[in-house]
Design a protein around this ligand. Structure first.
Ligand SMILES: C[S@@+](CC[C@H](N)C(=O)[O-])C[C@H]1O[C@@H](n2cnc3c(N)ncnc32)[C@H](O)[C@@H]1O
Length: 376
């Protein structure tokens, strides 16, 4: 296993650069990376790219921008929705209908029915914003599918700014002193940005995106030329909660969050931990700290699926962060590399893109983010 450093990758491993890019920045997703990560991995003969943890579709949109077919899977309906909307093709007529919706003076009043498992969504917004959001949610539903999707993603994307909620690490905090921006205005601004972005967006190569599980992909074996992905990090964060407000407004259902949680890689505590079936590379760590065992067990299956769907000689690029969990420094990249070797990958390289200091009181630990590159 070869380990090298390329710190020019550091800024590409966060969502920061994507935020300002056309279409990429439509929905803030802290866990995302920049499309340059994908562009660097594309070879001259790449015809199909797969991302089994597609998040908000960075890999898929980068594939489309490079006129390459792609497929993406995610356990979260919110991520799948955002990916689909960002990578779809829109017609001139769709754009006209979106503009017409903005020009309409839609009556916005509370229509009820928004349930969120952690708290009453009313507590998350000033009353006026709450009513506007629910009113828009209802009005959007009457539009044609593509128009509805664009408007709904715009609405979901403004929830953090329109609310008094802070996403603080893995938890949502209601902060009475936070300024909530006026919902209707920022919604309109967002839709206008989307219209502008779509004027120059490429068409064709619309990816195949579906709700599923990276541990059991519904994708043919030996069919992909490249996998570029980043799985959930071993950080104890349950994203079905962090993005729970957005997910519950999308689905207008409480049950969907629980379903997404059950499908997710076990990178957070609190659900069916079965020790005893963990990969040998994890060693005693997995026995001592069950979440480490279950995480690598799940990721072993996901890496085996990447191996199955790739054509011979083709690569998987996995963006990952090492973790400090329960005071224990876990070299996630090296364990992935060792598991991948056993699964049958070769030419294994780890490229370290960034080093970070994890402040795990009382100590500070130097940890890193890297890309694990595997060849079938
Ligand atoms: C680090 S994020 C990926 C971000 C993506 N690279 C982007 O730029 O948007 C990891 C994603 O894995 C998804 N996920 C978790 N468990 C999964 C599973 N078993 N199968 C598929 N996706 C899963 C999460 O919902 C999350 O969107």
């Amino acid at each position: 296993m070869k380990i090298s450093e390329d710190f020019s990758l550091g800024t590409l491993m966060t969502f920061e650069l994507s935020r300002k890019k056309p279409v990429h920045g439509w929905f803030w997703y802290k866990e995302g990376y920049a499309p340059e990560i994908v562009k660097r991995a594309i070879a001259n003969d790449t015809k199909k790219i797969v991302d089994p943890f597609c998040g908000v579709g960075t890999t898929l949109l980068a594939a489309k921008e490079n006129r390459i077919d792609s497929a993406g899977v995610d356990a979260s309906p919110l991520a799948v929705f955002a990916s689909k909307v960002k990578t779809d093709d829109y017609s001139g007529k769709d754009m006209e209908l979106v503009k017409k919706f903005l020009a309409k003076d839609t009556r916005l009043e509370e229509s009820g029915g928004w349930e969120f498992e952690l708290f009453d969504p009313r507590a998350a917004f000033p009353k006026r914003n709450y009513n506007q959001i629910l009113g828009l949610r209802r009005a959007i539903e009457n539009e044609e599918p593509r128009v509805r999707n664009l408007l709904l993603l715009a609405l979901l994307s403004i929830l953090p700014q329109a609310s008094i909620v802070l996403k603080d690490g893995g938890v949502l905090k209601i902060r009475k002193d936070k300024r909530a921006l006026p919902a209707k205005e920022i919604f309109k601004r967002k839709v206008k940005r989307m219209i502008r972005d779509l004027e120059n967006a490429p068409k064709g190569h619309v990816p195949d995106v579906y709700l599923g599980d990276a541990r059991a992909l519904d994708i043919e074996g030996d069919s992909a030329d490249l996998v570029v992905t980043s799985p959930p990090y071993l950080n104890n964060i349950d994203y079905s909660k962090v993005y729970g407000l957005e997910l519950s407004l999308l689905e207008m259902s409480r049950a969907k969050a629980e379903e997404a949680r059950m499908r997710a890689i076990r990178s957070f505590v609190g659900r069916n931990m079965k020790v005893g079936e963990m990969p040998p590379e994890v060693g005693a760590l997995g026995e001592q700290i069950p979440i480490i065992g279950t995480y690598f067990r799940d990721m072993e299956q996901a890496i085996a699926e990447m191996h199955r769907i790739l054509k011979n000689g083709k690569e998987a690029h996995i963006v990952v962060s090492n973790s400090v969990i329960h005071q224990t420094h876990v070299l996630v990249d090296e364990i992935f590399a060792e598991m991948a070797k056993r699964i049958g990958f070769s030419g294994i390289r780890i490229v370290v893109g960034a080093e970070r200091i994890a402040d795990v009181k009382p100590q500070k630990v130097k940890t890193r983010e890297s890309i694990v590159i595997l060849r079938k």
